[in-house]
Design a protein around this ligand. Structure first.
Ligand SMILES: C[S@@+](CC[C@H](N)C(=O)[O-])C[C@H]1O[C@@H](n2cnc3c(N)ncnc32)[C@H](O)[C@@H]1O
Length: 217
């Protein structure tokens, strides 16, 4: 069992810092949030992305996670006024349309009913939902995802593009877009070169799906 300290410390290793940075840049581009907007981070874990969204994008962020020990870590490391609450993606404890935008980073890969979770995210969001997922058509899946996965990837579901489309099918959204990042997961020189030179290749391990919420209210 990975502790919150160990998990969050990974983001301070050279590989973790590079991957975290590439993922954060991809997410914030897709999220398109304006300073001061209210954002929900579903499955926030130790709060790595939550606190970056609060401190670097000046967003009013709430992180939600079922793991109380990881939430304690996140609260103890809060740096930009972000707040945390316990809960599950499938039954979000918030009224309809209570956030401007919602983001969820490598959390739906661990949720038993991701479709229900997406419905809930759309319910509580006014404008845009962005999911960061693990991509099955990637080199990292070949290295870390097969046979149930290794390390922090154990038990994760790696989505295909078609599965992501299915997740949103028939729901009140418009303009579903996707992009991938983290082509080579090593984090060294080759990864950086590949990320710059071949970012158009849709084979990155980090799959970002973004959709605008269509009001049905
Ligand atoms: C790989 S961690 C990602 C944490 C953080 N978003 C990040 O990217 O560093 C997956 C997170 O999903 C959370 N999670 C698992 N099941 C969940 C559920 N049903 N609803 C919300 N979060 C869940 C876990 O507790 C864990 O914090």
């Amino acid at each position: 069992m990975t502790t919150a300290d160990d998990y969050d410390a990974w983001y301070r290793t050279p590989r973790g810092a590079w991957i975290g940075g590439v993922e954060f840049a991809t997410l914030t581009r897709a999220l398109g949030a304006n300073p001061g907007e209210r954002v929900l981070d579903v499955g926030c874990g130790t709060g790595y992305f939550t606190r970056r969204l609060a401190t670097e994008c000046a967003l009013d962020v709430v992180g939600l996670d079922p793991d109380r020990a990881w939430l304690d870590f996140a609260r103890a490391h809060a740096a930009g006024g972000e707040r945390y609450c316990a809960g599950r993606a499938e039954a979000l404890p918030f009224p309809d349309a209570s956030f401007d935008r919602t983001v969820s980073v490598t959390a739906l890969c661990f949720v038993a009913d991701p479709r229900r979770a997406v419905e809930e995210m759309l319910r509580v969001t006014r404008t845009r939902v962005v999911l960061g997922l693990l991509h099955r058509r990637s080199l990292l899946h070949l290295q870390k995802g097969r046979g149930g996965g290794v390390g922090a990837y154990r038990g994760a579901h790696w989505h295909t593009r078609g599965e992501v489309r299915e997740l949103f099918a028939g729901l009140p959204i418009s303009g579903l877009t996707s992009s991938t990042a983290v082509l080579l997961g090593g984090g060294g020189h080759a990864s950086r070169v590949a990320e710059r030179a071949a970012s158009w290749l849709p084979l990155g391990a980090f799959f970002v799906a973004a959709a605008d919420v269509r009001a049905v209210r």
